[in-house]
Ligand binder design. Structure first.
Ligand code: ATP
Length: 441
């Protein structure tokens, strides 16, 4: 079972605690488009940083890239997206609802009203816009449906400027857009989303080995940052599921509240993309292997993860409800590196000016090193519960005794244990905790 009983629990927590808001809410919202609030953007940035650290900074064989969203329209011809990036769309003749035909049990009958469905029409998922001031003569430009093509188009630039040899990879994080027929399940499937993609270039013949390597590596990343093993599984694509460019593909699936669904796809894209771009652009994108004294087009292993889906999975997996002294406690057991706020500081009594002043001073001092929150808008019990619900690992409380002995109480989110330490020990203690290996409770 998913750690969260329904998606509504997540949607409500995210709204209540400033993680995620409906886009343009004051105008009634825009369907399946979401804005990340103050805590959501922190969590999202932390996830991206944890990914970048693991796949770029900690590795000798990886480079980073940040390509533009707009690309030459021929890129999408070469990649096969203009002709092939389509889903079969059907309409209900009675209630006018729209579906993706391949997601229906009965492709002839509307699952809502039982009405007759139209024959499927292939619908291209790319968003189009125009570049240039006069629409009639402007160039049709696509919003990229994946970040990958920016990497392929820059393969030779990175190879030569960074003097790379195979195997090596290029990693990129960025927005992608798909005019999905059916969206939903909160941030699981949206029309604007963010991807974290790696294209790992290898010698043909070693591709299967590297494919297996990256599947393990990526599974380990989710576990390292707190996802329970039992909520992860692999799904191998059958021949009917494979994308036009892939020789084989494994999805890492997560047990979301609505069921098992794809978190990340890890595909063997062979030499499809580089070969296509070589042909259409006329630029030779082959690689000269000095050892073998021959040129060939590298094969590519692509681990492609969604930032938003990862965020949803990390949130769901961290969610825990428990009874403490007859009261419900909701706690997000997020990995401390992912937690949006690392430390919260409270005065025990908000009407004591000296306590407030000292607590604010401590918070200011921590702020340069960690995302810190100061709060005095409720009683201590409520302040702790608020922080538990947003996954803050540590709370620091300043009380009357602090004025005498310059010591504060530090409370641990998971165990709720409290220790008393000198004010100057707070910063080093949190740094030490953040550097230690973390075990999910
Ligand atoms: P699905 O089968 O769910 O439509 P996909 O196989 O088309 O996904 P990929 O093309 O493999 O997805 O994209 C890689 C990753 O990008 C996915 O694993 C997912 O995390 C993310 N992603 C893709 N489409 C969306 C979307 N509409 N909303 C949010 N994230 C998405």
């Amino acid at each position: 079972m998913s750690p969260v009983e329904s998606m509504d629990v997540m949607v409500s927590l995210c709204k209540r605690r400033g993680f995620i808001f409906q886009s343009s809410e004051i105008y009634g919202g825009l369907g399946s488009v979401w804005d990340y609030g103050p805590l959501g953007v922190e969590l999202k940035n932390n996830i991206k940083q944890a990914w970048w650290r693991a796949v770029v900074m900690e590795r000798p064989d990886m480079e980073g890239l940040d390509a533009a969203i707009f690309m030459h329209p021929d890129v999408w011809k070469a990649s096969g997206h203009v002709d092939g990036f389509t889903d079969p769309l059907v309409d209900c003749k009675s209630c006018k609802r729209r579906y993706r035909a391949d997601e229906l049990k009965d492709p002839k009958k509307c699952p809502e009203c039982g009405g007759e469905l139209t024959e499927p029409r292939m619908f291209n998922l790319m968003f189009k816009t125009f570049m240039g001031p006069v629409e009639e003569t402007a160039t049709t430009i696509y919003l990229r449906p994946e970040t990958a093509q920016g990497i392929f188009a820059n393969f030779d630039n990175v190879l030569t400027t960074m003097r790379r040899k195979l195997p090596f990879g290029i990693a990129q994080i960025g927005k992608a857009f798909r005019n999905e027929i059916t969206t939903g399940n909160f941030i699981f499937r949206t029309r604007e989303f963010e991807q974290m993609e790696i294209e790992f270039f290898v010698k043909p013949g070693t591709d299967q080995e590297w494919h297996e390597y990256w599947i393990k590596e990526r599974l380990n990343w989710y576990k390292r940052f707190g996802i329970n093993e039992e909520n992860l599984r692999l799904h191998e694509h059958g021949a009917d599921e494979l994308a036009h460019y892939a020789k084989s593909c494994f999805d890492i699936e997560y047990r979301f509240p609505m069921g098992w669904a794809e978190l990340e796809g890890i595909a063997n894209r062979t030499d499809f993309d580089l070969r296509q771009h070589s042909q259409l652009s006329g630029k030779d994108l082959s690689y000269y292997d000095e050892q073998e004294k021959r040129r060939y087009i590298p094969y590519v292993i692509e681990p492609s993860a969604g930032v938003d889906r990862s965020l949803l999975a990390f949130l769901c997996d961290a969610y825990r409800e428990e009874e403490v002294r007859g009261q419900k406690r909701v706690v997000l057991e997020l990995h401390p590196a992912l937690a949006p706020i690392k430390v919260a500081v409270f005065p025990l009594l908000k009407n004591r000016a000296q306590l407030v002043e000292l607590a604010k001073k401590i918070a200011d001092d921590l702020r340069g090193d960690f995302r810190t929150m100061y709060d005095d808008t409720a009683g201590i019990g409520k302040l702790y519960r608020r922080q538990d619900e947003t996954g803050t690992p540590w709370c620091v409380t300043v009380d009357m005794q602090t004025l005498d002995d310059q010591q504060v109480t530090v409370r641990d989110r998971t165990t709720m244990e409290q220790i008393r330490i000198p004010i100057e020990r707070v910063k080093p203690l949190i740094s030490e905790y953040l550097q230690k290996a973390w075990q999910k409770p």
